[in-house]
Write a protein that binds this ligand. Structure first.
Ligand code: NAD
Length: 544
């Protein structure tokens, strides 16, 4: 056992490559896409390091190219979950007792693999699995994922260094133990980085993890697992169990050894998981930590002093990048009447310029939405608007699933600030705008705060400083990530810790120390050098 105090240099955020014409990374990415598409991949479960094939599989296709088959995935159920929990608990002691620097080295090395030799592979699999453009893929499956891995290792050393005060005659210490049991990590489809961080953050802290990736993005999640393996992650520490939600979720939440849930996904799923944990509470040996980041109805609120020429591109990017499938994507907007003509003219013109199509054609700004289910849900919202008297579509509104799940960037204008598409999470490229009377600025701020149950991200646009300050105060609880004169998307690890409140989640800020605190259980140790030899206190002495 080493006896030195090691430290990790403060990381820097990963620099993004441009993939502009003529760059070497562009050529390499194109080559990797072609190579990957030559082979079909068979994705198994991985339990104790062994690949497990079940008798149930489904086929995987890029959302933008449904005729192409990426491969198949084997689906798990109760039998595999039980095996995985047993194996994880066996691996637990050795992993928990592994010195922190050895654990950290694995995740730091994985970050270097992802940003180095595997960079184009991580991008290509994310483009194919989730229909991301090269830029959208680069910023998260490479940039954000590496940032999560590097900064979390560094944050952990800061936590471990934090020790209590010791007066004379004693030594007080705190140990940061992993949780007793296993952590259940359940990831959403939309970010390869989140899929990686959900199991990796608790594992870094010494926990063993059952990871249920989303079937919709399992193709890219598989490569995250492979990168961790290539970096030296021991067998059994992260068990990989693809499957339909409840098939994996129910048996995992039944286990008496559940010690934590690390979830990102929709509010409905999180509510269900929380209720199930509540129902099972008497079974557990320990109170499970529950961390969940969920939905959003993210806003842009413009004041009449807003800089329209900057607001327009921020709106297009904020609402339509990655097809509006970022939890932070702008989906409702408030614009004052005095700037509406100018703003709407420019916005319509820009939306017309948005190119959508196969993400392997690098000239596209948007790809397809993730699945048949998402396509149906989003197109139903668009049809609802088309039939409504309280709203009209001023840009987009078309959809087509003949080649892939394509939905046009769609701008709706409503006269009802509580219109359905101002309130409900659609999770697609649909932005609804309410045009307010300038003199109703204050009431409209209240509307913005009170219209949705979510509070994930929001952006305000104004030039006047007093107004900015006023808006920021009035909307204090409306968003966990709040932007001033910027789009509400694009949070960066260690710069804007990410998470919302209200029905957007527990706000345990992914990519910050706060998140890591949920995966450790402190043990306070007091050591006394010379304790008293008698039990009586001085006040008990006889009076003279
Ligand atoms: P989802 O809720 O449909 O699925 C998320 C995960 O939960 C998937 O792996 C799914 O298979 C699993 N699941 C479903 N039912 C389950 C069950 N009974 N037991 C165990 N697991 C179960 O969400 P999605 O469509 O993958 O992702 C989109 C949602 O995620 C949106 O609501 C979006 O806002 C949210 N999101 C939030 C954040 C954030 O940081 N707040 C980030 C990304 C995505």
């Amino acid at each position: 056992m080493s006896n030195a105090y090691f430290h990790i240099e403060e990381p820097k955020n990963e620099h993004y490559l441009s993939y502009a014409p003529g760059t070497p990374e562009r050529d390499e990415l194109k080559k990797t896409l072609t190579e990957l598409k030559k082979d079909e991949l068979e994705i198994p479960a991985v339990i104790n390091g062994k690949e497990i094939k079940t008798d149930r599989t489904i086929d995987l296709h890029p959302p933008h190219d449904l005729n192409h088959k990426l491969g198949t995935v084997h689906l798990c159920g109760e039998k595999e979950v039980k095996q995985a929990i047993e194996g994880a608990l066996e691996a637990r002691q050795k992993w928990a007792e592994t010195p922190w620097q050895d654990r950290a080295a694995i995740f730091l090395r994985a970050a270097d693999i992802i940003t180095g030799p595997w960079r184009s592979k991580m991008n290509a699999v994310t483009m194919l699995a989730q229909s991301k453009t090269p830029h959208q893929s680069e910023i998260e499956s490479v940039g954000e994922l590496a940032d999560f891995l590097r900064f979390n290792a560094w944050y952990l050393t800061k936590i471990y260094k934090d020790q209590p005060y010791s007066p004379d005659g004693m030594w007080n210490r705190v140990e940061y133990r992993p949780l007793e049991g296993f952590v259940f990590a359940v990831s959403p489809f939309n970010f390869t980085a989140i899929a990686g961080n959900l199991p990796a953050a608790p594992a870094l802290c010494g926990n063993v993890v059952i990871w249920k990736p989303s079937i919709e993005s399992v193709y890219s999640s598989w490569f995250v697992l492979q990168a961790l393996k290539a970096a030296g992650l021991p067998d059994g520490v992260i068990q990989f169990l693809p499957g339909e939600g409840a098939d994996v979720g129910d048996p995992a939440l039944e286990s008496e050894h559940l010690s934590g849930l690390h979830f990102t996904g929709s509010e409905g799923t999180f509510n269900h998981l929380w209720k199930t944990i509540g129902k099972n509470i008497d079974k557990y040996r320990t109170y499970p930590r529950i961390v969940g980041e969920t939905g959003g109805k993210d806003f842009i609120f413009a004041h009449n002093s807003a800089d329209i020429d900057r607001l327009v591109p921020a709106t297009v990017r904020g609402a339509f990048e990655y097809q509006g499938q970022k939890c932070s994507a702008a989906s409702r907007m408030y614009v004052p009447k005095s700037i509406w003509d100018d703003f709407s003219k420019k916005l319509k013109a820009e939306v017309k310029n948005v190119k959508m199509g196969d993400v392997e054609d690098f000239s596209n700004f948007m790809g397809a939405v993730i699945s048949r289910k998402a396509f149906d849900k989003i197109s139903e919202y668009i049809d609802y608007v088309k039939e409504s008297d309280d709203a009209e579509i001023i840009a987009g509104g078309g959809y087509d699933d003949s080649k892939g799940y394509f939905i046009e960037p769609t701008v709706v204008v409503t006269t009802d600030p509580k219109f359905r598409t101002m309130k409900e999470e659609i999770f697609g490229p649909v932005l609804t705008i309410y045009v307010y009377e300038d003199e109703k600025f204050e009431e409209t701020l209240d509307l913005c705060d009170g219209t949705s149950k979510y509070a994930l991200t929001g952006a305000i646009w104004a030039r006047d400083r007093y107004t900015i300050n006023h808006m920021a105060n009035r909307l204090k609880n409306s968003a966990g990530n709040f932007y001033i004169n910027d789009k509400p998307t694009g949070a960066v690890v260690n710069q804007q810790p990410f998470g919302g409140a209200r029905k957007s989640g527990t706000n345990d800020k992914a990519g910050s120390m706060v998140n890591l605190y949920r995966w450790i259980s402190m043990r306070s140790i007091k050591e006394t050098y010379a304790g008293p030899k008698e039990f009586e206190y001085p006040y008990m002495g006889e009076e003279k």
